[in-house]
Design a protein. Sequence first.
Length: 236
Amino acid sequence: TLQALLFDVDGTLADTERDGHRPAFNMAFEEAGLDWNWDEALYGELLAVTGGKERIRFYLEKFNTTFEKPENFDDFVKGLHAAKTKFYTQLMAEGKIPLRPGVENLINEARAANMRMAVVTTTTPENVTALLENTLGADSESWFEVIAAGDIVPAKKPAPDIYDWALEQMNLTPADAIAFEDSSNGIQSSVAANLKTIITINEYTKEDDFSAADLVLDQMGEESNPFTVLAGDAHG
Ligand code: XBP
Ligand code: MG
Protein backbone atom coordinates (compact mmCIF):
# COMPACT_ATOMS: atom_id res chain seq x y z
CA THR A 1 0.00 0.00 0.00
CA LEU A 2 1.12 3.51 -0.75
CA GLN A 3 2.80 5.11 2.23
CA ALA A 4 5.45 7.42 0.88
CA LEU A 5 6.23 9.93 -1.84
CA LEU A 6 9.84 10.21 -2.95
CA PHE A 7 10.75 13.48 -4.62
CA ASP A 8 13.55 14.22 -7.01
CA VAL A 9 14.57 17.89 -6.69
CA ASP A 10 16.11 19.46 -9.77
CA GLY A 11 13.59 19.75 -12.58
CA THR A 12 10.86 18.12 -10.47
CA LEU A 13 10.29 20.40 -7.47
CA ALA A 14 11.68 23.44 -9.29
CA ASP A 15 13.29 24.34 -12.60
CA THR A 16 16.67 24.79 -11.01
CA GLU A 17 18.98 23.69 -13.79
CA ARG A 18 18.94 26.50 -16.37
CA ASP A 19 18.68 29.49 -14.01
CA GLY A 20 20.17 28.01 -10.84
CA HIS A 21 22.83 25.36 -11.29
CA ARG A 22 24.04 26.57 -14.71
CA PRO A 23 24.73 30.21 -13.72
CA ALA A 24 26.22 29.04 -10.41
CA PHE A 25 28.72 26.87 -12.30
CA ASN A 26 29.57 29.85 -14.55
CA MET A 27 30.07 32.15 -11.54
CA ALA A 28 32.42 29.61 -9.98
CA PHE A 29 34.41 29.35 -13.22
CA GLU A 30 34.69 33.13 -13.45
CA GLU A 31 35.76 33.45 -9.83
CA ALA A 32 38.50 30.88 -10.49
CA GLY A 33 39.71 32.87 -13.50
CA LEU A 34 38.59 30.23 -16.01
CA ASP A 35 37.14 31.33 -19.34
CA TRP A 36 34.64 28.45 -19.45
CA ASN A 37 31.06 29.36 -20.17
CA TRP A 38 28.25 26.82 -20.09
CA ASP A 39 25.46 28.19 -22.29
CA GLU A 40 21.97 26.69 -22.26
CA ALA A 41 22.57 24.35 -25.19
CA LEU A 42 25.86 23.02 -23.87
CA TYR A 43 24.33 22.62 -20.42
CA GLY A 44 21.59 20.46 -21.95
CA GLU A 45 24.31 18.09 -23.15
CA LEU A 46 26.17 18.20 -19.84
CA LEU A 47 23.00 17.10 -18.03
CA ALA A 48 23.72 13.63 -19.41
CA VAL A 49 25.92 13.25 -16.35
CA THR A 50 24.45 13.81 -12.88
CA GLY A 51 26.36 15.34 -9.99
CA GLY A 52 28.18 18.65 -10.23
CA LYS A 53 31.70 17.33 -9.72
CA GLU A 54 31.02 14.51 -12.17
CA ARG A 55 29.63 17.07 -14.65
CA ILE A 56 32.78 19.21 -14.48
CA ARG A 57 34.91 16.15 -15.23
CA PHE A 58 32.60 15.14 -18.09
CA TYR A 59 32.91 18.65 -19.56
CA LEU A 60 36.69 18.39 -19.60
CA GLU A 61 36.60 14.89 -21.10
CA LYS A 62 34.14 15.68 -23.88
CA PHE A 63 33.94 19.42 -24.52
CA ASN A 64 37.19 21.04 -23.38
CA THR A 65 39.88 18.46 -24.00
CA THR A 66 42.73 20.97 -24.43
CA PHE A 67 42.48 22.29 -20.86
CA GLU A 68 45.61 21.38 -18.94
CA LYS A 69 44.53 19.74 -15.73
CA PRO A 70 46.32 20.98 -12.61
CA GLU A 71 48.33 18.43 -10.66
CA ASN A 72 45.90 18.15 -7.76
CA PHE A 73 42.95 17.73 -10.07
CA ASP A 74 40.61 16.19 -7.47
CA ASP A 75 41.04 19.19 -5.18
CA PHE A 76 40.66 21.54 -8.12
CA VAL A 77 37.28 19.99 -8.99
CA LYS A 78 36.19 19.95 -5.34
CA GLY A 79 37.15 23.62 -4.93
CA LEU A 80 35.29 24.68 -8.06
CA HIS A 81 32.25 22.71 -6.95
CA ALA A 82 32.28 24.19 -3.44
CA ALA A 83 32.28 27.68 -5.00
CA LYS A 84 29.42 26.63 -7.25
CA THR A 85 27.41 25.49 -4.21
CA LYS A 86 28.09 28.86 -2.54
CA PHE A 87 26.75 30.74 -5.59
CA TYR A 88 23.80 28.37 -6.00
CA THR A 89 22.64 28.78 -2.40
CA GLN A 90 23.00 32.57 -2.80
CA LEU A 91 20.74 32.48 -5.85
CA MET A 92 18.18 30.45 -3.87
CA ALA A 93 18.35 32.93 -0.97
CA GLU A 94 17.54 35.70 -3.45
CA GLY A 95 14.34 33.77 -4.10
CA LYS A 96 14.90 33.59 -7.84
CA ILE A 97 13.71 30.02 -8.35
CA PRO A 98 10.06 29.24 -7.52
CA LEU A 99 8.59 25.76 -7.08
CA ARG A 100 6.99 24.33 -10.20
CA PRO A 101 3.19 24.74 -10.50
CA GLY A 102 1.22 22.37 -8.28
CA VAL A 103 4.21 21.24 -6.21
CA GLU A 104 3.31 23.14 -3.06
CA ASN A 105 -0.28 21.96 -3.33
CA LEU A 106 0.82 18.35 -3.79
CA ILE A 107 3.09 18.50 -0.76
CA ASN A 108 0.37 20.08 1.37
CA GLU A 109 -2.12 17.39 0.32
CA ALA A 110 0.40 14.67 0.98
CA ARG A 111 1.00 16.01 4.48
CA ALA A 112 -2.73 16.23 5.11
CA ALA A 113 -3.05 12.60 3.99
CA ASN A 114 -0.22 11.57 6.37
CA MET A 115 1.97 10.47 3.51
CA ARG A 116 5.57 9.96 4.44
CA MET A 117 7.91 12.01 2.26
CA ALA A 118 11.55 11.95 1.28
CA VAL A 119 13.89 13.80 -1.03
CA VAL A 120 15.97 11.64 -3.38
CA THR A 121 18.45 13.65 -5.41
CA THR A 122 21.95 13.79 -6.83
CA THR A 123 22.41 17.40 -5.82
CA THR A 124 24.32 18.63 -2.77
CA PRO A 125 22.42 18.62 0.57
CA GLU A 126 22.98 22.39 1.11
CA ASN A 127 21.20 23.02 -2.17
CA VAL A 128 18.14 21.07 -1.04
CA THR A 129 18.03 23.03 2.22
CA ALA A 130 18.35 26.34 0.37
CA LEU A 131 15.56 25.52 -2.07
CA LEU A 132 13.11 24.23 0.55
CA GLU A 133 13.75 27.04 3.04
CA ASN A 134 13.30 29.72 0.42
CA THR A 135 10.14 28.26 -1.08
CA LEU A 136 8.13 26.17 1.41
CA GLY A 137 9.48 27.88 4.52
CA ALA A 138 12.11 27.68 7.24
CA ASP A 139 11.03 24.39 8.81
CA SER A 140 9.85 22.62 5.65
CA GLU A 141 12.90 20.37 5.37
CA SER A 142 11.64 18.61 8.53
CA TRP A 143 8.54 17.50 6.62
CA PHE A 144 10.82 15.09 4.76
CA GLU A 145 11.78 12.04 6.76
CA VAL A 146 14.93 11.40 4.75
CA ILE A 147 17.06 13.69 2.61
CA ALA A 148 18.92 11.31 0.32
CA ALA A 149 21.34 13.59 -1.51
CA GLY A 150 24.72 14.19 -3.06
CA ASP A 151 27.57 11.85 -2.27
CA ILE A 152 25.67 9.60 0.19
CA VAL A 153 26.01 6.85 -2.40
CA PRO A 154 28.97 6.82 -4.80
CA ALA A 155 26.94 5.71 -7.82
CA LYS A 156 24.57 8.58 -8.64
CA LYS A 157 21.45 8.42 -10.84
CA PRO A 158 20.83 6.63 -13.25
CA ALA A 159 22.01 3.99 -10.74
CA PRO A 160 19.22 2.90 -8.34
CA ASP A 161 21.48 3.23 -5.28
CA ILE A 162 20.11 6.50 -3.92
CA TYR A 163 16.49 5.22 -4.08
CA ASP A 164 17.54 1.90 -2.56
CA TRP A 165 19.25 3.80 0.25
CA ALA A 166 16.21 6.02 0.91
CA LEU A 167 13.84 3.03 1.01
CA GLU A 168 16.15 1.23 3.39
CA GLN A 169 16.34 4.26 5.70
CA MET A 170 12.53 4.44 5.74
CA ASN A 171 12.14 0.69 6.16
CA LEU A 172 9.89 0.53 3.08
CA THR A 173 9.69 -1.76 0.08
CA PRO A 174 9.40 -0.25 -3.42
CA ALA A 175 5.68 -1.17 -3.54
CA ASP A 176 5.07 1.20 -0.61
CA ALA A 177 6.25 4.30 -2.46
CA ILE A 178 6.01 6.39 -5.60
CA ALA A 179 8.86 8.37 -7.14
CA PHE A 180 8.44 11.79 -8.75
CA GLU A 181 11.01 12.49 -11.45
CA ASP A 182 11.60 14.69 -14.49
CA SER A 183 14.45 13.16 -16.45
CA SER A 184 15.82 10.09 -18.17
CA ASN A 185 18.56 9.62 -15.57
CA GLY A 186 15.95 10.04 -12.84
CA ILE A 187 13.48 7.48 -14.14
CA GLN A 188 16.23 4.99 -14.91
CA SER A 189 17.23 5.24 -11.27
CA SER A 190 13.72 4.96 -9.81
CA VAL A 191 12.61 2.16 -12.14
CA ALA A 192 15.79 0.20 -11.44
CA ALA A 193 14.80 0.52 -7.77
CA ASN A 194 11.41 -1.01 -8.77
CA LEU A 195 9.43 2.12 -7.97
CA LYS A 196 6.30 3.34 -9.68
CA THR A 197 7.24 6.67 -11.20
CA ILE A 198 5.35 9.82 -12.10
CA ILE A 199 7.10 12.17 -14.52
CA THR A 200 6.64 15.88 -14.92
CA ILE A 201 8.52 16.91 -18.05
CA ASN A 202 10.42 20.18 -18.50
CA GLU A 203 12.24 21.99 -21.30
CA TYR A 204 15.45 20.01 -20.89
CA THR A 205 13.76 16.61 -20.58
CA LYS A 206 10.68 16.73 -22.85
CA GLU A 207 12.38 14.56 -25.50
CA ASP A 208 13.61 11.96 -22.98
CA ASP A 209 12.33 8.38 -23.06
CA PHE A 210 9.64 7.99 -20.43
CA SER A 211 8.12 4.73 -21.66
CA ALA A 212 8.81 3.18 -18.23
CA ALA A 213 6.74 5.83 -16.43
CA ASP A 214 3.38 5.08 -14.81
CA LEU A 215 2.20 8.59 -15.59
CA VAL A 216 3.70 11.44 -17.63
CA LEU A 217 2.45 14.97 -16.96
CA ASP A 218 3.37 18.46 -18.18
CA GLN A 219 3.25 19.60 -14.57
CA MET A 220 1.58 18.71 -11.29
CA GLY A 221 -2.11 19.58 -11.25
CA GLU A 222 -3.41 22.29 -8.94
CA GLU A 223 -6.54 20.33 -8.12
CA SER A 224 -6.31 16.58 -8.42
CA ASN A 225 -3.00 15.14 -7.38
CA PRO A 226 -1.28 12.40 -9.35
CA PHE A 227 -0.64 10.08 -6.44
CA THR A 228 -4.38 9.73 -5.91
CA VAL A 229 -4.65 8.61 -9.53
CA LEU A 230 -2.15 5.81 -9.00
CA ALA A 231 -3.10 4.84 -5.50
CA GLY A 232 -6.86 5.16 -5.46
CA ASP A 233 -8.17 7.29 -2.63
CA ALA A 234 -4.99 8.11 -0.73
CA HIS A 235 -7.02 10.11 1.76
CA GLY A 236 -8.76 6.83 2.69
C1 XBP B 1 20.18 17.02 -10.74
C2 XBP B 1 21.61 16.93 -11.04
C3 XBP B 1 22.59 17.61 -10.19
C4 XBP B 1 22.62 19.11 -10.29
C5 XBP B 1 23.93 19.64 -9.74
O1 XBP B 1 19.86 16.05 -9.80
O2 XBP B 1 21.98 16.27 -11.97
O3 XBP B 1 23.82 17.12 -10.59
O4 XBP B 1 22.55 19.53 -11.63
O5 XBP B 1 24.04 19.34 -8.41
P1 XBP B 1 18.34 15.62 -9.39
P2 XBP B 1 25.44 19.44 -7.61
O6 XBP B 1 17.42 15.90 -10.54
O7 XBP B 1 18.46 14.16 -9.06
O8 XBP B 1 17.99 16.43 -8.17
O9 XBP B 1 26.30 20.44 -8.33
O10 XBP B 1 25.06 19.88 -6.23
O11 XBP B 1 26.04 18.06 -7.64
MG1 MG C 1 15.71 15.85 -11.81
